[in-house]
Design a binder for this molecule. Structure first.
Ligand code: ADP
Ligand code: MG
Length: 205
Protein backbone atom coordinates (compact mmCIF):
# COMPACT_ATOMS: atom_id res chain seq x y z
CA UNK A 1 0.00 0.00 0.00
CA UNK A 2 1.00 3.58 -0.73
CA UNK A 3 2.53 5.31 2.32
CA UNK A 4 2.97 8.99 1.64
CA UNK A 5 5.24 11.02 3.87
CA UNK A 6 3.73 14.34 2.90
CA UNK A 7 1.80 16.21 0.26
CA UNK A 8 -0.55 13.66 -1.22
CA UNK A 9 -4.16 13.04 -2.21
CA UNK A 10 -5.82 9.67 -1.58
CA UNK A 11 -9.33 8.96 -2.88
CA UNK A 12 -11.48 6.09 -1.60
CA UNK A 13 -14.54 5.51 -3.81
CA UNK A 14 -17.27 2.97 -4.53
CA UNK A 15 -21.03 2.52 -4.08
CA UNK A 16 -23.02 2.82 -0.85
CA UNK A 17 -22.12 0.21 1.79
CA UNK A 18 -18.74 -0.55 0.20
CA UNK A 19 -16.78 0.45 3.31
CA UNK A 20 -15.51 3.88 2.25
CA UNK A 21 -16.14 5.42 5.66
CA UNK A 22 -14.65 2.41 7.46
CA UNK A 23 -11.52 2.71 5.33
CA UNK A 24 -11.29 6.47 5.94
CA UNK A 25 -11.58 5.91 9.71
CA UNK A 26 -8.96 3.13 9.56
CA UNK A 27 -6.48 5.45 7.82
CA UNK A 28 -7.22 8.29 10.27
CA UNK A 29 -6.66 6.03 13.28
CA UNK A 30 -3.34 4.84 11.92
CA UNK A 31 -2.25 8.43 11.29
CA UNK A 32 -3.16 9.27 14.88
CA UNK A 33 -1.12 6.29 16.12
CA UNK A 34 1.77 7.80 14.17
CA UNK A 35 1.12 10.97 16.26
CA UNK A 36 0.06 13.04 13.30
CA UNK A 37 -2.47 15.80 13.91
CA UNK A 38 -5.63 14.98 11.96
CA UNK A 39 -8.74 17.04 11.13
CA UNK A 40 -11.84 15.28 9.80
CA UNK A 41 -14.52 17.09 7.83
CA UNK A 42 -17.91 16.20 6.42
CA UNK A 43 -20.52 18.27 4.56
CA UNK A 44 -23.23 19.73 6.79
CA UNK A 45 -25.87 18.19 4.47
CA UNK A 46 -25.01 14.79 5.92
CA UNK A 47 -26.81 14.78 9.27
CA UNK A 48 -27.46 11.04 9.46
CA UNK A 49 -26.58 9.36 12.76
CA UNK A 50 -24.57 12.20 14.23
CA UNK A 51 -24.06 15.91 13.60
CA UNK A 52 -20.47 15.90 14.83
CA UNK A 53 -19.07 12.55 13.80
CA UNK A 54 -18.37 10.51 10.72
CA UNK A 55 -20.28 7.24 11.24
CA UNK A 56 -20.07 4.05 9.15
CA UNK A 57 -22.95 1.67 8.39
CA UNK A 58 -21.30 -0.69 10.85
CA UNK A 59 -21.52 2.04 13.53
CA UNK A 60 -17.80 2.79 13.74
CA UNK A 61 -17.42 6.50 14.36
CA UNK A 62 -14.94 9.29 14.71
CA UNK A 63 -15.50 12.96 15.65
CA UNK A 64 -15.66 15.36 12.73
CA UNK A 65 -16.26 19.02 11.90
CA UNK A 66 -19.19 19.76 9.63
CA UNK A 67 -18.76 22.39 7.00
CA UNK A 68 -21.06 24.27 4.63
CA UNK A 69 -18.69 24.96 1.76
CA UNK A 70 -15.24 23.90 0.63
CA UNK A 71 -13.50 27.23 1.52
CA UNK A 72 -14.34 26.71 5.17
CA UNK A 73 -11.74 23.93 5.35
CA UNK A 74 -8.93 26.43 4.77
CA UNK A 75 -10.28 28.88 7.32
CA UNK A 76 -10.67 26.33 10.14
CA UNK A 77 -7.48 24.42 9.46
CA UNK A 78 -5.15 24.30 12.46
CA UNK A 79 -1.48 25.14 11.94
CA UNK A 80 -0.35 21.77 13.32
CA UNK A 81 -2.67 19.62 11.19
CA UNK A 82 -0.72 17.18 8.98
CA UNK A 83 -3.59 14.99 7.75
CA UNK A 84 -7.00 16.11 6.47
CA UNK A 85 -9.77 13.54 5.99
CA UNK A 86 -12.98 14.43 4.15
CA UNK A 87 -15.95 12.03 4.04
CA UNK A 88 -18.90 12.28 1.60
CA UNK A 89 -16.73 14.54 -0.52
CA UNK A 90 -19.05 14.10 -3.54
CA UNK A 91 -21.45 16.62 -1.97
CA UNK A 92 -19.02 19.51 -2.07
CA UNK A 93 -18.96 22.21 -4.72
CA UNK A 94 -16.25 22.12 -7.42
CA UNK A 95 -14.17 24.44 -5.19
CA UNK A 96 -13.22 21.37 -3.17
CA UNK A 97 -10.82 20.38 -5.96
CA UNK A 98 -8.61 23.46 -5.50
CA UNK A 99 -8.82 23.16 -1.70
CA UNK A 100 -7.61 19.54 -1.82
CA UNK A 101 -4.89 20.43 -4.28
CA UNK A 102 -3.75 23.42 -2.21
CA UNK A 103 -3.55 21.30 0.97
CA UNK A 104 -1.42 18.66 -0.72
CA UNK A 105 0.89 21.32 -2.17
CA UNK A 106 1.33 22.67 1.35
CA UNK A 107 2.61 19.22 2.32
CA UNK A 108 -0.52 17.77 3.92
CA UNK A 109 -1.84 14.27 3.41
CA UNK A 110 -5.46 14.49 2.20
CA UNK A 111 -7.73 11.44 2.50
CA UNK A 112 -11.02 11.75 0.60
CA UNK A 113 -13.96 9.31 0.57
CA UNK A 114 -16.99 9.59 -1.68
CA UNK A 115 -19.43 8.01 -4.08
CA UNK A 116 -18.01 7.75 -7.57
CA UNK A 117 -21.49 7.40 -9.14
CA UNK A 118 -25.02 8.42 -8.19
CA UNK A 119 -27.88 5.91 -8.32
CA UNK A 120 -28.34 6.61 -12.04
CA UNK A 121 -24.74 5.74 -12.79
CA UNK A 122 -23.74 9.38 -13.38
CA UNK A 123 -20.32 10.47 -12.02
CA UNK A 124 -20.97 12.40 -8.82
CA UNK A 125 -20.08 16.14 -8.54
CA UNK A 126 -16.33 16.78 -8.16
CA UNK A 127 -15.41 13.06 -7.99
CA UNK A 128 -14.11 12.65 -11.56
CA UNK A 129 -11.63 15.52 -11.11
CA UNK A 130 -10.58 14.36 -7.66
CA UNK A 131 -9.99 10.85 -8.98
CA UNK A 132 -7.86 12.27 -11.79
CA UNK A 133 -5.65 14.35 -9.53
CA UNK A 134 -5.28 11.70 -6.80
CA UNK A 135 -1.90 10.16 -6.06
CA UNK A 136 -3.66 7.00 -4.94
CA UNK A 137 -7.15 5.67 -5.69
CA UNK A 138 -8.96 2.83 -3.95
CA UNK A 139 -12.18 1.66 -5.60
CA UNK A 140 -14.00 -0.77 -3.37
CA UNK A 141 -17.08 -2.97 -3.76
CA UNK A 142 -20.05 -3.71 -1.55
CA UNK A 143 -21.97 -7.00 -1.68
CA UNK A 144 -24.89 -7.24 -4.12
CA UNK A 145 -28.09 -7.61 -2.08
CA UNK A 146 -29.59 -9.84 -4.80
CA UNK A 147 -26.82 -12.33 -5.61
CA UNK A 148 -23.99 -11.76 -3.12
CA UNK A 149 -21.40 -10.90 -5.77
CA UNK A 150 -19.25 -7.73 -5.67
CA UNK A 151 -21.44 -4.65 -6.09
CA UNK A 152 -20.20 -1.50 -7.82
CA UNK A 153 -23.58 0.25 -8.16
CA UNK A 154 -26.15 1.83 -5.86
CA UNK A 155 -29.80 1.04 -6.47
CA UNK A 156 -32.49 3.41 -5.28
CA UNK A 157 -35.63 1.54 -4.32
CA UNK A 158 -38.85 2.62 -6.10
CA UNK A 159 -40.48 3.80 -2.85
CA UNK A 160 -37.72 6.42 -2.52
CA UNK A 161 -39.44 8.61 -5.14
CA UNK A 162 -37.68 11.01 -7.45
CA UNK A 163 -36.21 13.74 -5.25
CA UNK A 164 -32.76 14.47 -6.62
CA UNK A 165 -30.95 14.57 -3.31
CA UNK A 166 -32.37 12.20 -0.81
CA UNK A 167 -30.79 11.24 2.48
CA UNK A 168 -31.36 7.61 3.05
CA UNK A 169 -30.26 4.28 4.30
CA UNK A 170 -31.03 0.61 3.74
CA UNK A 171 -34.71 1.55 3.56
CA UNK A 172 -34.06 3.52 0.36
CA UNK A 173 -30.85 2.25 -1.18
CA UNK A 174 -29.16 -1.07 -1.87
CA UNK A 175 -25.77 -2.12 -3.20
CA UNK A 176 -26.11 -4.05 -6.47
CA UNK A 177 -23.84 -5.65 -9.05
CA UNK A 178 -24.19 -4.25 -12.57
CA UNK A 179 -26.39 -7.20 -13.61
CA UNK A 180 -28.91 -6.55 -10.84
CA UNK A 181 -28.72 -2.76 -10.95
CA UNK A 182 -31.92 -1.21 -12.23
CA UNK A 183 -32.36 2.51 -12.49
CA UNK A 184 -35.05 5.07 -13.10
CA UNK A 185 -35.32 5.19 -16.87
CA UNK A 186 -36.48 8.83 -16.86
CA UNK A 187 -33.36 10.01 -15.06
CA UNK A 188 -30.91 7.56 -16.54
CA UNK A 189 -27.72 8.71 -18.26
CA UNK A 190 -28.66 6.20 -20.94
CA UNK A 191 -31.86 8.06 -21.80
CA UNK A 192 -30.94 11.72 -21.19
CA UNK A 193 -27.98 13.65 -22.56
CA UNK A 194 -24.89 13.63 -20.37
CA UNK A 195 -25.08 17.43 -19.87
CA UNK A 196 -28.64 17.13 -18.50
CA UNK A 197 -27.69 14.17 -16.39
CA UNK A 198 -24.72 16.00 -14.84
CA UNK A 199 -26.94 18.80 -13.55
CA UNK A 200 -28.87 16.43 -11.37
CA UNK A 201 -26.81 14.84 -8.62
CA UNK A 202 -28.68 11.82 -7.50
CA UNK A 203 -28.68 10.91 -3.84
CA UNK A 204 -26.99 10.89 -0.53
CA UNK A 205 -24.96 8.03 0.79
P1 ADP B 1 -19.83 3.39 2.85
O1 ADP B 1 -19.16 4.55 3.53
O2 ADP B 1 -19.11 2.96 1.59
O3 ADP B 1 -21.29 3.63 2.59
P2 ADP B 1 -19.52 2.09 5.39
O4 ADP B 1 -18.06 2.13 5.71
O5 ADP B 1 -20.39 3.14 6.06
O6 ADP B 1 -19.74 2.13 3.82
O7 ADP B 1 -20.14 0.69 5.80
C1 ADP B 1 -19.62 -0.56 5.40
C2 ADP B 1 -20.34 -1.60 6.21
O8 ADP B 1 -21.70 -1.68 5.78
C3 ADP B 1 -19.85 -3.03 6.05
O9 ADP B 1 -18.73 -3.31 6.87
C4 ADP B 1 -21.06 -3.83 6.51
O10 ADP B 1 -21.08 -3.96 7.92
C5 ADP B 1 -22.25 -2.93 6.15
N1 ADP B 1 -23.07 -3.39 5.02
C6 ADP B 1 -24.43 -3.32 4.95
N2 ADP B 1 -24.89 -3.73 3.76
C7 ADP B 1 -23.81 -4.09 3.03
C8 ADP B 1 -23.63 -4.60 1.69
N3 ADP B 1 -24.66 -4.81 0.85
N4 ADP B 1 -22.37 -4.86 1.27
C9 ADP B 1 -21.31 -4.65 2.11
N5 ADP B 1 -21.41 -4.18 3.36
C10 ADP B 1 -22.64 -3.90 3.83
MG1 MG C 1 -19.77 6.49 3.99
Amino acid sequence: MFHPVSGSVEVICGPMFSGKTEELIRRVRRAEIARMRVQIFKPSIDTRYDEDAVVSHSSIKIPSQKIESSDEILSILNDFTRVVAIDEIQFFDEGIVSVVSKLSRRGLRVICAGLDLDYRGVPFGPMPTLLALADEVLKIHAICTVCGKPASKTYRKPQAGRDKVLLGETDLYEARCTGHWEFDEFNSPLTVSSSEAKQEPGFIN
